[in-house]
Design a protein around this ligand. Structure first.
Ligand code: SF4
Length: 302
């Protein structure tokens, strides 16, 4: 191959690389110019790298070639290529985002360079950082306009990555109160079968009721309400039954109703001293004593 042919091949390769905004792999290059042998292609790539016209990155086990952009003085800008690569990795991470350490491994760039690019992209509002609940509140990066995944934000029960325990308590109480009201109405029916059937409410009905109360600023989903109802099941306050419903995508529907405690404990069983961790030190004149104990007073008042 003479020098003119070399020059033409370099231009062909550079043209292909420049057209591929997200970079191009060896395989893609070979497929695009099947008439060129591997040795000639490698030679052209080496010359383009030496001339500082392209940059090579690791993408998994493959090499990725990206063209450097020319500035007004005719020089090729390395920063633009690196920035483009970081942007592309963040874009690929989608709504789950990517942690800075993974970003560093994927881009093969030094930490200081990655930090600089991230700062630059953030100032241009092309990307944003979000504290991930799933990753112990570590920052993950994603595209600016992307709505973070529930696993990142923690979903409805988190605000600024903090768990909203009061909000969950309120919803818990409202769901329980609603099912209690349903049970009271059901108990007025004559036969036991009708009473039982009428005591159930579907999670969809409960969700509509809770949304109607407007206790939440955001519209709660059936899935959100079922999470709350699960906590009531764990507290043995309600029970769940699943029926088939072909109108639902899943083909089934979850119904809930309040339960009566299977065993009602007598007053003596509820005395706090039985489970008191400091009962061995409890005596009149001691650090804890029956006459000053708030738990015992509460039990006696009850
Ligand atoms: S009186 Fe209060 S402090 Fe003493 S054993 Fe009972 S619960 Fe514990």
């Amino acid at each position: 191959m003479n020098s003119q042919e070399d020059y033409n091949l370099e231009n062909r390769v550079l043209d292909l690389i420049s057209k591929s905004l997200n970079g191009i792999t060896n395989k893609m290059l070979q497929n695009s110019i099947p008439d060129v042998g591997v040795v000639q292609l490698v030679d052209a790539l080496n010359k383009l790298t030496e001339a500082d016209k392209i940059q090579i990155f690791n993408k998994g086990k493959q090499l990725l070639y990206m063209a450097k952009e020319q500035n007004s003085s005719g020089k090729f800008k390395t920063e633009d290529v690196e920035e483009k690569l970081i942007y592309q990795i963040i874009e690929n991470a989608g709504n789950k985002g990517i942690w800075i350490r993974d970003l560093r491994f994927s881009s093969n760039l030094p930490q200081t360079q990655v930090n600089k690019i991230l700062k630059n992209l953030e100032s241009k509002k092309r990307i944003k950082s979000v504290k991930s609940v799933a990753a112990s509140k570590k920052k993950v990066y994603m595209l600016y306009d992307i709505e973070p995944d529930r696993t990142v934000t923690g979903g409805t029960w988190y605000s600024d990555q903090e768990f909203e325990s009061e909000f969950v308590d309120v919803l818990n109480q409202q769901c329980y109160r609603y099912l209690q009201q349903v049970k009271i109405c059901a108990d007025k029916l004559n036969d036991p079968v009708s009473q039982r059937n009428a005591s159930y409410k579907s999670s969809k009905d409960i969700c509509n009721y809770i949304n109607g109360l407007k206790v939440s600023k955001v519209q709660l989903s059936i899935q959100d309400i079922e999470t709350i109802l699960d906590t009531l099941i764990y507290d043995a306050k309600i029970e769940k039954t699943v029926i088939s419903n072909l109108q639902n995508k899943s083909g089934s529907e979850n119904l809930y109703r309040v339960t009566k405690s299977l065993v009602s404990s007598c007053g003596l069983m509820r005395v706090p001293c039985g489970v008191c961790p400091v009962h061995t030190e409890c005596h009149e004149g001691g650090a804890v004593s029956p006459s000053s104990c708030p738990y015992l007073k509460e039990w006696l008042d009850f």
